[in-house]
Design a protein around this ligand. Structure first.
Ligand SMILES: Nc1ncnc2c1ncn2[C@@H]1O[C@H](COP(=O)(O)OP(=O)(O)OP(=O)(O)O)[C@@H](O)[C@H]1O
Length: 633
C-alpha cells in the first residue's frame, strides 16, 4: 500500500519487466564469455602465461592422491614386507629407510615429492592470481574508458530519455563488477576444470569403478547447478536494475537539493527512499534465499560422495581388506581434492551471474547507435581553420529524433550574413533554442542542410574544428569542478594565464576574482555554487572573450538576471558581438533592439515574421503582440 503513496514501485516494476525482457532477448549479445574472449585476444601474451600457470598448478595439485597411494603402498610394505615364495624371512631391523613401493622411491623421497608439488602449486597459483587480478583491472579501465568515450561522442538525443544515475552506475559499478569477475572467473574456472579432469584421470588409474560412482554423484550436483542458473540470473538482473534505479534516484535528488530544501520535503524524501530500499531488500532476500538453498544442496551433495564411495568400496573389496585399507583413504583424499574445484565452480557460477548482467549492460552502452557522424576523429572531416562567408539554412526542416512526428520547423531557407546580428523571438516552444542546437550540431536537420563558409555542409566538417570558432552562451551557464583558471581555459585549452586574466578583465570578472583569497586558483563547485547567476554569466563571457569566436550564439543569455545586472552583462555581450556573426535567442525584447534582423517564430510554423525592431514593433502581428505584452510586464 505504501508503495502506491510514493508512486514508485508500480511504475518501476513495469519498466523493469520491459528491460528484463529486452535483456533476456539480447542474451547472446555482449555475453560475458564474448567479453572474456575479446580481451583474451587483446592481451594474449598475459592470457597464455596465466593459462600455463593454471595448468602447472592444477597438475601439481592433482598428483597428490597418486603420491598418497604410493605412500600407502610403501607403508604397507614396511609393516608387512613382501616375501617371495621359498625365500627366508627378512632379518630383523628398521626397514623404513630402504623399503620402496611400485615407483622404487622410499617414503622420505615420496614426502619430498609431495612437498615439492605443494610448493610448485603455491608458486603458480600466485602467478596466475596476480596476473589475472591485474588483467582484470586493465580490462575494467579499458571498459570504462571505452564507455566514457562512447558516452561523450553520443549525440544529445541519447541523453534525453536516460537518468544520469543509471549511466553512472553502469560506467562505474558495472565495469567494476566485470573487471573483478573477469579476473576471477576464467582463472578459477580453468583451475577448477583442470584440477577436476586431472584428478579424475588419476582416480581412474587408481580405481575406475569408484571413480564412475563419484562422477555420477557429481553429475547430479552439476545438473542442479545448471538448472538453477537461469532463475538465479533473472533474480540478479532484477536486483541490479533496482540498484541502478536507487543510484539514479540519489543522484537526481542531490541534483535537485534546492527543490527539496525550498519545499521542506526532507521527511518525505527519507520515507520515499526507505520505501525504495524495501523493494531492494525484498529482491535481495529472494536472490540470497535462492543462492543459499543452492549452496546447501551442493554441500549435501558433495559431502555425500565420501559416504557413497566408502560404502561402494566396502562392497567391491569385501574379500580383500588389505586393498580396501589402501584404497579408501586414497579415494577420500581424491574426493576431498575434488571438493575444492567444485566449490570454486559454484563461486564461478555466482560470478558469471553478476558479470553477465553487467557485461550486457555495458554492451548496450558500447553498441548504442550514434545518430550521426561527428567526425571528431576521422581524417575525412573538413578541417575548419576559419569561419568566413555566410551561414545558410537551405530547405532545413526539423523534428527531434525523439519526437519525429512533431515538426518544429517546416521548410526553412535563410542566410545569416557574415558579421551581422540576428535575433530569434517567439512564444515558448516555438523553436528558438532549437536553432542554436542545430548551429552547434547537437542535431542534424531532418531534411535540407546547413552550409558554412558559403557551401560546406556542416555534416562534412570536423565538428571540433568548427566549434573552435563558435561561442555559445546559454541561460544556465556550465561551471566545471576546478579553478577559475580551469573554467575559463576550457574554451581555449592552450591559453596562458595572462590571456585568461585579460579575458577576465574584459568580462569585468577580474576584480571579483581578485577579492577571493585564492584568486584565480579558487576552486569553483561542481555546479558553481559559489557564484551568483550574474557572476557565472561573466565567467562564461570571459571564456568567450578568450576564445574570440567568429560566430556567437546567445541563447537567452541574460534572461535569468535582474535588470541592473542584465544591463551590465548586455553591454559586455554587445561588445563581444562587434564584428562577429551573432545569433541571439531572446525572451526580453529590450536585448535585441540593435539586431540587424529579427526573426519571429511560431510553434510548428517556423519563421512567421522578419524585420528590424522598429519595423516589427509598428507592424501588426506576433511581434507587436509580444512587444505590447512586454511593455505591461
Ligand atoms: N530533446 C527534445 N526532444 C523532443 N522534443 C523537444 C526536445 N527539445 C525541445 N523539444 C520540443 O521542441 C519544441 C521547440 O523547443 P525549443 O526549446 O526550441 O523552444 P523555445 O522556443 O526555445 O522555448 P522556450 O522559450 O520555452 O525556451 C518544443 O515543443 C519542445 O517541446
Amino acid at each position: 500500500m505504501k508503495a502506491k503513496k510514493y508512486d514508485t514501485e508500480s511504475k518501476l516494476s513495469q519498466d523493469e519487466l520491459a528491460e528484463i525482457k529486452a535483456d533476456m532477448s539480447r542474451e547472446k549479445e555482449g555475453s560475458f564469455v564474448d567479453l572474456i574472449w575479446r580481451y583474451a585476444k587483446k592481451y594474449w601474451v598475459r592470457s597464455v602465461v596465466i593459462l600455463v600457470a593454471i595448468t602447472i598448478a592444477a597438475i601439481s595439485v592433482a598428483i597428490t592422491p597418486v603420491i598418497t597411494q604410493e605412500l600407502m603402498k610403501v607403508a604397507g610394505n614396511i609393516i608387512d614386507p613382501p616375501v617371495g615364495p621359498g625365500q627366508p624371512p627378512l632379518p630383523p631391523g628398521d626397514l623404513s629407510s630402504t623399503t620402496t613401493g611400485t615407483w622404487g622411491m622410499t617414503w622420505k623421497q615420496l614426502v619430498g615429492l609431495a612437498i615439492g608439488a605443494a610448493v610448485v602449486d603455491a608458486v603458480f597459483v600466485f602467478i596466475s592470481q596476480y596476473l589475472a587480478a591485474m588483467l582484470g583491472k586493465q580490462i575494467e579501465i579499458d571498459l570504462r574508458n571505452e564507455a566514457v568515450e562512447k558516452l561523450i561522442e553520443e549525440d544529445m538525443s541519447y541523453y534525453s530519455n536516460k537518468k544520469i544515475g543509471d549511466i553512472l552506475t553502469k560506467v562505474v559499478s558495472d565495469t567494476q563488477i566485470v573487471g573483478d569477475q573477469v579476473a576471477i572467473v576464467p582463472v578459477t574456472f580453468l583451475n577448477a576444470v583442470m584440477t577436476l579432469i586431472i584428478s579424475l584421470i588419476m582416480m581412474f588409474v587408481v580405481e575406475w569403478r569408484l571413480t564412475l560412482i563419484t562422477i555420477a554423484v557429481f553429475a547430479i550436483v552439476a545438473l542442479g547447478m545448471g538448472l538453477s542458473f537461469a532463475p538465479l540470473r533473472k533474480l540478479n538482473m532484477k536486483l541490479r536494475r533496482t540498484v541502478t534505479s536507487l543510484n539514479g534516484d540519489v543522484i537526481d535528488r542531490i541534483n535537485t537539493i534546492k527543490l527539496i530544501k525550498a519545499n521542506g520535503t526532507e521527511r518525505y524524501e527519507e520515507e520515499r527512499f526507505n520505501q525504495l530500499h524495501k523493494k531492494f531488500y525484498d529482491q535481495a532476500y529472494d536472490f540470497n534465499l535462492a543462492q543459499a538453498l543452492l549452496i546447501t544442496f551442493l554441500f549435501v551433495g558433495i559431502n555425500s560422495v565420501q559416504v557413497v564411495v566408502t560404502i561402494a568400496a566396502g562392497l567391491i573389496y569385501q574379500n580383500n581388506t588389505k586393498e580396501l585399507a589402501v584404497l579408501v583413504p586414497t579415494f577420500i583424499v581424491s574426493v576431498q581434492i575434488l571438493i575444492g574445484p567444485i566449490m570454486s565452480l559454484v563461486r564461478v557460477m555466482v560470478g558469471v551471474l553478476q558479470a553477465s548482467t553487467s557485461s550486457r549492460r555495458m554492451h548496450a552502452i558500447l553498441t548504442a547507435p550514434v545518430l550521426f557522424n561527428n567526425r571528431y576523429r576521422s581524417q575525412d572531416g573538413i578541417d575548419i581553420k576559419s569561419l568566413y562567408g555566410n551561414i545558410i539554412f537551405k530547405d532545413v526542416e526539423f523534428a527531434y529524433p525523439e519526437k519525429p512526428h512533431q515538426i518544429v520547423f517546416p521548410k526553412f531557407n535563410f542566410t545569416f550574413e557574415q558579421g551581422k546580428s540576428y535575433a530569434f523571438v517567439g512564444e515558448t516552444g516555438s523553436g528558438k533554442s532549437t536553432v542554436s542546437k542545430l548551429l552547434l550540431r547537437f542535431y542534424d536537420p531532418t531534411r535540407g542542410e546547413i552550409l558554412i563558409n558559403n557551401n560546406i555542409n556542416l555534416k562534412d566538417v570536423n565538428l571540433s574544428s568548427y566549434l573552435d570558432h563558435v561561442g555559445y552562451v546559454e541561460q544556465e551557464p556550465a561551471i566545471i569542478l576546478g579553478t577559475v583558471y580551469d573554467n575559463i581555459r576550457y574554451a581555449k585549452r592552450d591559453a596562458t594565464d595572462a590571456q585568461i586574466i585579460a579575458a577576465s578583465k574584459k568580462a569585468k570578472l577580474h576584480d571579483l576574482v581578485m577579492s577571493w583569497p585564492d584568486g584565480y586558483n579558487t576552486i569553483l563547485g561542481e555546479r558553481g555554487f559559489m557564484l551568483s547567476g550574474g557572476q557565472k554569466q561573466r565567467l562564461v563571457i570571459a571564456r568567450i572573450f578568450l576564445k574570440d569566436p567568429q560566430l556567437l550564439i546567445l541563447d537567452e543569455a541574460t534572461s535569468a538576471l535582474d535588470n541592473i545586472v542584465e544591463k551590465e552583462i548586455q553591454e559586455q555581450l554587445d561588445e563581444l558581438m562587434v564584428g562577429r556573426t551573432s545569433i541571439t535567442i531572446a525572451h526580453r525584447l529590450s536585448t535585441i533592439k540593435n539586431s540587424n534582423l529579427i526573426l519571429v517564430l511560431a510553434p510548428g510554423k517556423g519563421v512567421v515574421e522578419k524585420g528590424t525592431f522598429n519595423e516589427l514593433k509598428n507592424r501588426p502581428g506576433l511581434f507587436q503582440n509580444l512587444y505590447e505584452a512586454g511593455k505591461t510586464e
